[in-house]
Design a protein around this ligand. Sequence first.
Ligand SMILES: [Zn+2]
Length: 232
Amino acid sequence: MLSLKNYWQQVSQLFFPHLCMGCGSDIIALDALLCTRCYLQLPVTGFFNAANNPVEQSFYGRVPIAAAAAAFYFTKNALLQHLLFQLKYKGHQKTGIWLGKQVGYQIMNSPRFAPIDAVVPLPLHPKKQRLRGYNQAALIASGICSVIQQPLITHALTRTRFTQTQTKKNRAERWVNMEDAFTVVLPELLHNKHVVLVDDVITTGATLEACASALLAASVASVRIATVAYTI
Ligand SMILES: [Zn+2]
């Protein structure tokens, strides 16, 4: 027999169809973004439980982080790219929360991501955040917090320099460009805390490196890095 809740979910589905963001199917739970078939197609990396994974290796010799991982592989023209595009450029903020929850489940199952006292999203420059209306990393971080039940801290850190696009620069130039881009304005919020720093995608890691360095200089106990996607 249908419960009342299921009944109303099915009735509301008739008038306000809730469709899978992958295939458009309507066989989908009300709080889900994807049907089971599309969900199972997301390419999980397994990095959260793997020491020396490729994300961690990209920080070796650059900044002393306790652990780093991305939840999924980012491949061109794939479903994850579509979801991240909707989040960043189409105002689909729920996608950020949902992706954050998926990262949160992986953090919860990883002894390498403990202890954690605070979740900190990579800040956007205030100008960019005004243009977009939100920080996608903060939405992802909020999804993580809802799963791991730790506080979200969004205002301890600011981005102090507006950096131009990074894509045409080599690694050394990127580092110079990112230098001093982050300032910890309220260090007392993070003092002696084990912090997870969150972003949507990791490519070169230069931005996350600069941000992790700023956090460590402000005497946090440790920095771990968690992202939704890793570009190969
Ligand atoms: Zn689907």
